[in-house]
Ligand binder design. Sequence first.
Ligand code: PLP
Length: 431
Amino acid sequence: MDTDSLLALDRQYAWHPFTPIREWLDPDFSPEPPVLVSGLGAVLRDSRGNEYIDGNSSIWTNLHGHNHPRLNAAITAQLERFAHVSFLGATHPLAIELARELVALWPAGGLARVFYSDDGSTAIESALRMARQFHQFRGQPERRAFVAFDGAYHGDTLGAAGLGGIPTFHDAMKQGGEPLEVVRVADVEQVFALAPARANTVAAAVIEPLIQGAAGMRLWPAGTLRRLREWCNANGVLLIADEVMTGFGRTGTMFACEQEGVAPDFLCLAKGLTAGYLPLAATLTTERVFEAFRGEPGERRAFYYGHSYTANALGCAVALENLKIFRDENVLENLGSKIARMAELLRERIAQLRPVVEVRQCGFIAGVELHGDPAGRLIGRDVCHVARQHGLLTRPIGDVIVLMPPYCITDLQLESAVEAIRAGIVEVTEA
Ligand SMILES: *Cc1c(COP(=O)(O)O)cnc(C)c1O
């Protein structure tokens, strides 16, 4: 089918997330969305034969590139056995092995149990429910609230979105009442300032460690995570680390929490868990939390939560191969020099441009914040449109341009990605 027919059918039948419908449905709206048909490494190709560097790793998921031979092979090997079986009342080797490997990435005695679900939102949803029930089982049912930050983004189920602190995404959903009892704070100082009576109603504090993603790649002041852990310890509050974006090397270490020496009570993983291949998520927690759910048959202590595709075998297969690639190919060591190169390129070619407010970087994640347009023009969107003509596919967050390519990106590709952003900024702001 040709591109025009495909796009016409898309406009007729599909509904895209986070997408204003009016523009999407307008066939004259420029530029037309790419119809992506194949990928190799850090490059994606569309139905018109254009090639793009995958500048945001297909919305923060991809790690080692598209069409990776080892990842492909891991899926096909499992496919010869089965694609999916229930994890209710049964188990399978790959889910067992993956659970052991995820736990082994943490110091012994900390995170000890793995609960599988499907995506970042359900990984968070699981942690929220576990945290509340933990306190309930231990005789503190009044601990129902969650500490969450301004600018937070933890996903889109009603529970996860209830934690959200981004007005554009979350305000409409909260019309008519908050879905979750949230103690909203701007920073960790405000957490320490909470009255003891308020702190005693909190089940858990939830944070994106080191960097808030959807808020526009905003970095936390150093020590924020460590201090939050201290406050949680002092107040009997559980700590939920949302590493859906930051997990699996994105910040330069396997997990962002490592950089502040923090072990959370819950660790939520998704996006990079399968190297961006399949929807699979994991909520890791401690033996202490797990034990609270142990009870007599009549006590109804089980965690009554789960999804049809929990512990999907193809997802587990590719997640295990992802971890093997980290080990066999020294991914984290090699990433170090790419992170440094990215910083250098951004400093030399982007930071001094007049329309740039700030360049932020955390590991292999960069956000280039531009001055907003007083007349309300969507600068970020326009810059990404031009960058696409220069061979880079990425999505802005408001006036922030995101660059977080797959780790397999070559130095030359990284340079052209930064050049495409530079061209976008120059063309849009001087036009
Ligand atoms: C993407 C993201 C989520 C939600 O994950 P989904 O897989 O989209 O449900 C949650 N938290 C953070 C930090 C994210 O970046």
